[in-house]
Design a protein around this ligand. Structure first.
Ligand SMILES: [Zn+2]
Length: 322
């Protein structure tokens, strides 16, 4: 008789749910809209529906499901299984673990979504066999998880690992968190796009300007990458700047955490070749030599499944650590 694990990646727009065997191999994955605007009960209904659907797909009754892992945006109380607030879900103080356990009759483990993703890469992705690792996702924002001695670093009230929000430029651009010059505010995909729009508007002779016919709203990471690949100096400069900002942020983290690996995910990594060399040069420049020499920087291998595979890893973690 086989046993199963279920992972749920709860996001503001979609719920991704997957069922795996006891090796962590995904057998079925489904995506449902969150429909957060319809309220808490509706979101819970959608989560339950998605869990029932994946169970049905492999003909598994609830006794065969060992545990469910739920990855959610924070802040959270992991011990009590509460999602405190979530602007994307319009939630406040929801005891989500208790509610789900009562509805489904299977034990649920809650984890912050970025930490879950870190765990996913550690057990099933780029970080296999690695005990000390930083996972960083660079897209609209910058998030991540820190794993030290095989364990996620949670902090005193589960707030550790907000790696997008240390300040690297005191008078830098305003961040979503209210501070200026956070790592996220200077190095995220949003920051990259903002720079691209501004510089293109100032340089109508640039290829970047011409690629969007002066319609700056169309400038995003893809366009900036395309212009750079075609040799546009302005776009190449934006990537060089991105490389340096990423490098400074990673060097800061490495000087503090001295991990064996950093795994980088998120949309910005699609332009890996355009910033990798310069980023590594910057890390080498700012990290302590022994720290730099002992780390490997790799791309995420789980792609857009990282959240749901991470949620499965959360469900399996007790077993994985044995
Ligand atoms: Zn911030």
């Amino acid at each position: 008789m086989s046993n199963y694990y279920i992972g749920v990646d709860l996001g503001g727009t979609k719920i991704l749910t997957a069922i795996s065997n006891d090796k962590g191999e995904i057998l079925k994955k489904i995506k449902l809209p969150t429909e957060a605007e319809k309220g808490k009960d509706h979101i819970i209904d959608n989560i339950v529906k998605s869990i029932e659907n994946v169970m049905k797909s492999v003909d598994a009754d609830s006794e065969k499901i060992i545990r469910i892992g739920l990855g959610s945006p924070g802040p959270l109380n992991l011990e009590e299984g509460i999602i405190y607030t979530s602007p994307n879900l319009y939630w406040e103080n929801v005891p989500v673990v208790k509610i789900l356990e009562e509805r489904i009759g299977i034990e649920v483990s809650l984890e912050n979504d970025a930490n879950a993703a870190a765990l996913g890469e550690k057990w099933f992705g780029a970080g296999k066999g690695i005990n000390n690792m930083i996972y960083m996702t660079v897209s609209t924002g910058i998030g991540g998880g820190i794993i030290i001695d095989n364990k996620i670093l949670h902090g005193v009230n589960y707030g550790a690992g907000e790696i997008g929000h240390f300040i690297i430029e005191k008078d830098g651009p305003l961040c979503g968190c209210g501070n200026n010059g956070c790592f996220e505010a200077v190095a995220s995909g949003t920051a990259l796009n903002r720079k691209g729009k501004y510089l293109a508007s100032m340089n109508p002779e640039s290829l970047l300007y011409k690629l969007v016919d002066g319609d700056f709203n169309k400038i995003d990471g893809k366009v900036i990458a395309k212009a750079a690949e075609m040799g546009d100096k302005l776009a190449l400069g934006i990537w060089a700047d991105e490389a340096i900002n990423l490098g400074i942020g990673i060097a800061n983290l490495l000087n503090i955490f001295n991990t064996e690996m950093v795994v980088l995910g998120g949309g910005v990594m699609n332009a890996w070749e355009l910033f990798y060399d310069e980023m590594m040069k910057t890390i080498k420049e700012y990290a302590f030599e022994s720290v730099y020499n002992s780390v490997e920087i790799r791309r995420s291998v789980l792609g857009s499944d990282v959240g749901v595979i991470g949620a499965i890893a959360v469900a399996m973690e007790d077993r994985l650590l044995k």
